[in-house]
Ligand binder design. Structure first.
Ligand code: G3I
Length: 455
């Protein structure tokens, strides 16, 4: 299961202690940086002025905590679910999905001008019990179904998804972590990314990990994977550096971010928290400055709001104390954001499937994600020049292929030419409007363009 103890041991490597003296000097520098009349007074405004987001992990049950939510809304323009979008939370029983907590977070973000990071589609930890007990093809198919359903549910509402979390081993191997997912085959990560892209072509798709805070064996293993993915066209857009830090920071923290950015992906600081101590503020400052100095570093997320909200109980690793007061670390980050001169990120949006064109009452376009022995298909239905009150899309499957499940449509038949009919909530489409449904199948996916008929 979780490897918190391993991670915590990693936080206090001697390497981290060496930078303490330099860190203390930086605190002094920060404290004498004068605020200017035009300096932004909140993290979200200061980050936005630099073209970045500044986010925090939270939970929907915290929305009834007035102090927490006041700080959250004032200071942050991005949120991430600390736990509520994970596999155990969203699919407690196989193929039964609950989105209550995550939906509340998304609604809160919308109401308060925030974007949402999605965390995390697949991870060896926090799997529901039923998934822990699966292996092989059954687990692979369950993973694909999970990613498809969750990313489809939140389609268009997530800035960046942590598609795969913590898949690399600690220590010097630079290789993959052993897990039930890893044992389904080394291609599980790329299948996860392709599946996520098919389900939500607008979200940036990230690989996310910890103990990657400099050039080391683990970060290099991930670097090699990202380079390989980019070379082979596996859809990856970003790499998350969790940055659960101790009392020191690797001197090549920024250089490490930059080498990933140079591969053509965005980088994000995704779970920042720093052990208490005299170097805390300076480490926060240096991480912030590092992000500002890397053009493709698009945002920073801290893993909680107040020290009392943190998973690192007793370490007081966040920007606000247990009473909601701003700590020196907060001031250090705000000053760094206000004074940083990093260029604004200019990143291309992820590739999206162009909408189908042409006349007729409706049309359908398919995006296919295939692997050895199976596939998922996302189908975009677009109304023609007149509104629709219902639609049926016919898809012809090659011999041996069969539909195993469908979402946002009901199917008649599972082999040969399969008809997918709209469900109650997506049959009505205005002229030119579109909607999406999908299905999963065994065998080889459809190769011909589906046909669409208005009801
Ligand atoms: O919800 C149950 C509750 O019903 C039960 O009574 C209680 C008893 O222990 O447990 C509750 O679940 C806990 C859950 O947090 C929600 O509070 C789990 O035990 C606990 O293990 C879980 O911890 C989370 C941890 O991930 C799980 O691995 C932390 O809150 C969360 O901060 C932490 O976040 C991870 C990131 O997802 C990935 N990177 C590392 C980071 C820190 O470990």
């Amino acid at each position: 299961m979780d490897d918190t103890s391993t991670r915590r041991r990693g936080l206090f490597r001697p390497r981290n202690l060496i930078t303490l003296a330099a860190g203390a000097a930086l605190v002094a520098t920060t404290l004498v940086v004068p605020g200017t009349a035009s300096a932004n007074t909140t993290l979200r405004a200061a980050a936005a002025a630099k073209g970045r987001y500044f986010g925090a992990a939270t939970s929907s049950f915290m929305f009834s905590d007035t102090q927490h939510v006041t700080i959250l809304n004032r200071e942050f323009n991005s949120i991430v679910a600390e736990n509520e979008m994970k596999w155990d939370a969203t699919e407690p029983n196989q193929n039964q999905f609950t989105f209550t907590g995550g939906d509340r977070l998304v609604a809160h973000a919308r109401a308060n001008g925030m974007s949402v990071r999605g965390h995390a589609l697949v991870w060896h930890a926090q799997q529901p019990r039923w998934a822990q007990n699966l292996s092989g093809t059954a687990l692979r198919n369950a993973m694909i179904n999970h990613i498809t359903r969750v990313a489809t549910h939140y389609r268009g509402q997530i800035h960046s998804w942590d598609v795969v979390n913590e898949a690399f081993a600690d220590g010097g191997s630079g290789g993959r972590r052993d897990s039930n997912l890893q044992r389904t085959g080394n291609d599980w990560i790329e299948v996860a990314f392709r599946t996520a892209r098919a389900a939500d072509p607008t979200a940036k798709l990230c690989y996310n990990d910890y103990n990657t805070d400099g050039v080391n064996a683990k970060s290099t293993g991930i670097y090699n994977m990202v380079r390989d993915f980019k070379a082979r066209g596996v859809p990856i857009d970003c790499v998350g550096f969790q940055s659960h830090l101790g009392t020191g920071l690797a001197s090549d923290y920024q250089a490490n971010l930059q080498r990933f950015a140079d591969l053509g992906v965005d980088v994000q600081i995704t779970e920042l928290d720093v052990a208490q101590g005299s170097s805390q503020a300076s480490i926060y400052e240096r991480v912030t400055r590092a992000c500002l100095a890397v053009t493709r570093c698009t945002g920073i997320t801290v893993w909680g709001v107040r020290d009392s909200d943190s998973w690192r109980r007793g370490e007081n690793p966040l920007l606000f104390d247990g009473n909601g007061n701003k700590k020196p670390a907060y001031t250090a980050v705000l000053n760094a954001l206000n004074s940083g001169s990093g260029p604004n990120p200019t990143t291309p949006p992820p590739t999206t499937t162009p909408p189908p064109t042409g006349g007729g009452a409706c049309s359908a376009a398919v995006t296919l994600n295939s692997w050895n022995g199976g596939f998922t298909a996302s189908i975009r239905v677009t109304a023609g020049n007149a509104p629709l009150t219902g639609w049926t899309v016919s898809v012809t499957l090659p011999g041996g292929a069969a539909v195993t499940s469908a979402w946002n449509a009901t199917n008649t038949g599972t082999t040969g030419t399969v008809a997918f009919r709209n469900v109650s909530y997506n049959g009505q489409l205005g002229a030119g409007a579109s909607t999406e449904f999908g299905f999963q199948g065994t065998g080889v996916g459809p190769t011909a363009t589906p046909t669409c008929q208005a009801a």
